[in-house]
Design a protein around this ligand. Structure first.
Ligand SMILES: NC(=O)C1=CN([C@@H]2O[C@H](COP(=O)(O)OP(=O)(O)OC[C@H]3O[C@@H](n4cnc5c(N)ncnc54)[C@H](O)[C@@H]3O)[C@@H](O)[C@H]2O)C=CC1
Length: 447
C-alpha cells in the first residue's frame, strides 16, 4: 500500500492525523529485531554517529509504506531520493526558518511533547530535525543509514521518546517542509517524504524496542573523582549504578543535574575496567552549559545521567595492522582507551600516537601517555605542539611513516578530522582504513 498523500497548506497542516501508525514492537525483519523495515533505508552518515539529537522523535510509521528502492548497481539516486534532495536544496537557504517553524508546530500542536525537550532550546533545537533531514537525504545508502538510525532510536530512549510520539514529528516535519519548499512541493514529493519518514521512524522505533529488552534507557552515575588538569579541562571519573557495557573508542551522552534534558557527548577515556568505573575528559568551552557544569561545578558525590554507548571508532581485532592514532586536545581521550585495549589484548600490533595541543600546558594527559609508552614497547607517543610545529597536527605525519599499512584513528576538533583525513589519503591510506566519529556530529557536541 502506498503511503497516503496529504495536502499541504499554508498553515502547515499537511498530513492528517495518524498517517503513520507505528508498530511498537521490534520489526521481524531480522532475527535480532534490529532489521530494517522493508525498503531501502540507506544509511547515511559516516563511520560513527555522534548523534545527540536532542529531543524525541516522533514519527510514525508503518511498514506498509516502503521507500522506493534505489536503482540497482548504477549508483543513481532513487526517484524518492531525487525528490527529497530537491526539497533539501530548496530549504537550505532558509534552514533556520524551517527549524523554528517545525518546533513551533510541534509544541503548539502537541504540547504534551514539550517536556521531553530542554527548557531552553537554543543549544540543540535543531538536532532532531537535522538528524531526520540527514537520514532522509541519504535514503539510498542503506547500510550506513540503518546503523545511524538504530543508534538514534536507542539514544532517544533517554528522552522518554515513545513509538506513539513519532507520528507527531512526522506530521510537523511535513508541515514545515511543505511551507518552505513551495517551489518543489507537490503530491509526489510529499509521498516521497512520507515514505522516507515512515522508514526512518520504523527503524528507530524497532531499535528502541529491542534495546528496551536488554538495557536501561539511561544510567545514573556518581562522580567519584574530579581532577582539574588545566583551568578548563577536567578528568571526571564516575561509578554507574549498574553495569555499563561499552567498547574502547566509543562515546556516551551525559546530562548534569544542573541542565535537565541537555545532553552532550563524551568519549570514554579508558578501556572497560574491572571496577566498572568510567572516565571522561571534559573541556569547558564558551557558553557550554554541560561542559562548564562538569568542569567548574561538578564534585565527587554529584550524580549525573549517562545515555547508552555509541560509536564505531573501535579496534578491528580481526587484523594485525598497526594503529596510527591522532588525538587533538581532549580528542586524546578515546585514543588512550584504544591504547589500553590493545595492551589488554597482548599488544602485538605497533601503535603510533600523535597527540596535538596548542601549547605544552594544553597537553594535560601527556604524563599518562608517556607512562603507557614506557610500559609498552609497541607504543610510540609523539607530542605535537602548535607553537613549535610549522604545521598543525596532521602535518606531523609527513615526517614519519609509511602509513599505508596502518589503520588510522582520528579524534579531535572537526577541522583536525577533515585535514587529518586529507593528509592520510595523500599518504596512501585508503578511506576504508580511516576511522573517526562523524564530523557532522562533532559539530553538535562537546559544549
Ligand atoms: N572530550 C572528548 O571526549 C572528545 C572530544 N572531542 C573533540 O575534540 C575537540 C577538542 O577540543 P580542544 O581540546 O579545544 O582542541 P584544540 O582546538 O585545542 O585542538 C587540538 C589540536 O588539534 C589540532 N587542530 C585543531 N584544529 C585543527 C585544524 N583545523 N587542522 C588541523 N589540526 C587542527 C591542533 O594540533 C590543535 O592543537 C573538541 O572539538 C571535542 O568535541 C573528540 C572526541 C572525544
Amino acid at each position: 500500500m502506498d503511503a497516503p498523500t496529504t495536502t499541504s497548506g499554508e498553515n502547515g497542516m499537511s498530513g492528517g492525523d495518524n498517517w503513520f501508525t507505528p508498530r511498537k514492537t521490534p520489526s521481524d525483519a531480522s532475527p535480532d529485531g534490529q532489521g530494517v523495515p522493508d525498503g531501502p533505508l540507506s544509511t547515511v552518515p559516516h563511520t560513527t554517529g555522534r548523534a545527540d539529537t536532542g529531543p524525541p522523535p516522533h514519527v510514525p510509521v508503518q511498514r506498509s509504506a516502503p521507500a522506493q528502492q534505489p536503482t540497482p548497481d548504477t549508483g543513481k539516486a532513487s526517484p524518492d531520493a531525487i525528490l527529497i534532495r530537491r526539497t533539501m536544496a530548496e530549504i537550505a537557504p532558509v534552514a533556520d526558518k524551517v527549524t523554528s517553524y517545525f518546533y513551533a508546530l510541534l509544541f503548539v500542536r502537541h504540547p504534551e511533547l514539550r517536556p521531553l525537550f530542554p527548557a531552553a532550546m537554543d543549544a540543540q533545537r535543531d538536532r532532531l530535525l537535522k538528524a531526520l533531514l540527514t537520514a532522509a537525504e541519504h535514503m539510498d545508502n542503506t547500510t550506513v543509514l540503518v546503523d545511524y538510525l538504530q543508534n538514534l532510536g536507542r539514544g532517544h530512549r533517554k528522552y522518554g521518546t515513545r513509538a506513539e510520539h513519532y507520528p507527531a514529528v512526522g506530521e510537523c516535519l511535513i508541515g514545515a517542509l511543505s511551507r518552505y519548499a513551495t517551489g518543489s512541493w507537490n503530491p509526489e514529493t510529499e509521498a516521497a517524504w512520507v515514505r522516507a519518514y515512515t522508514t526512518i521512524s520504523q527503524v528507530m522505533i524497532d531499535a528502541a524496542a529491542t534495546d528496551e529488552l536488554r538495557a536501561p534507557a539511561w544510567w545514573h552515575a556518581e562522580i567519584v573523582a574530579h581532577d582539574l588538569r588545566t583551568p578548563d579541562v577536567a578528568v571526571v571519573t564516575v561509578r554507574p549504578d549498574q553495569p555499563y557495557p561499552f567498547l574502547a573508542g566509543q562515546y556516551t551522552s551525559i546530562e548534569t543535574p544542573w541542565w535537565p534534558r541537555v545532553w552532550r557527548h563524551y568519549s570514554f577515556a579508558s578501556a572497560p575496567r574491572t571496577d566498572g568505573l568510567l572516565t571522561f575528559h571534559v573541556k569547558a568551552v564558551p557558553a557550554g552549559w554541560v561542559s562548564n557544569a562538569l568542569v567548574h561545578r561538578a564534585r565527587p558525590g554529584d550524580v549525573i545521567r549517562l545515555g547508552p554507548p555509541a560509536g564505531s571508532m573501535t579496534v578491528d581485532h580481526s587484523s594485525d595492522s598497526g594503529l596510527l592514532c591522532l588525538g587533538g586536545g581532549t580528542g586524546i581521550a578515546p585514543i588512550k582507551a584504544l591504547v589500553e585495549e590493545v595492551a589488554e589484548r597482548g599488544g602485538r600490533r605497533p601503535v603510533e600516537v600523535f597527540y596535538g595541543a596548542r601549547t605544552d600546558h594544553d597537553l594535560y594527559d601527556i604524563d599518562t601517555m608517556l607512562r603507557l609508552q614506557q610500559s609498552h614497547h609497541w607504543l610510540s607517543v609523539r607530542a605535537v605542539i602548535d607553537q613549535r610545529a610549522p604545521g598543525r597536527l596532521p602535518d606531523a605525519l609527513h615526517g614519519h611513516g609509511p602509513w599505508n599499512e596502518y589503520d588510522a584513528y582520528l579524534s579531535g576538533p572537526p577541522g583536525m578530522i577533515r585535514s587529518g583525513v586529507d593528509a592520510l589519503r595523500s599518504l596512501g591510506v585508503p578511506s576504508s582504513r580511516i576511522r573517526h566519529d562523524s564530523v557532522e556530529e562533532l559539530l553538535l557536541v562537546g559544549d
